[in-house]
Design a protein around this ligand. Structure first.
Ligand SMILES: [Zn+2]
Length: 57
């Protein structure tokens, strides 16, 4: 479990995107999962993880 969390942290770098205004938020994934992380811009708590780029067009 901890291993997967560490891998996700590495992949996403704890960066989330606000679904409401689209701004980037750096937050602890655990806080986001608990709904405790909020967007600084619009104060919304609807966040999604930053999608990993495939590297292909
Ligand atoms: Zn926002």
């Amino acid at each position: 479990m901890a291993k997967i969390e560490a891998a996700q942290q590495r992949l996403y770098g704890g960066v989330f995107i606000c679904k409401t205004c689209g701004s980037k938020i750096k937050a602890d994934p655990k806080k986001v999962a608990d709904g405790k992380a909020k967007c600084r811009k619009c104060k919304g708590s609807a966040l999604r993880t930053k999608k990993k780029k495939t590297g292909k067009a």
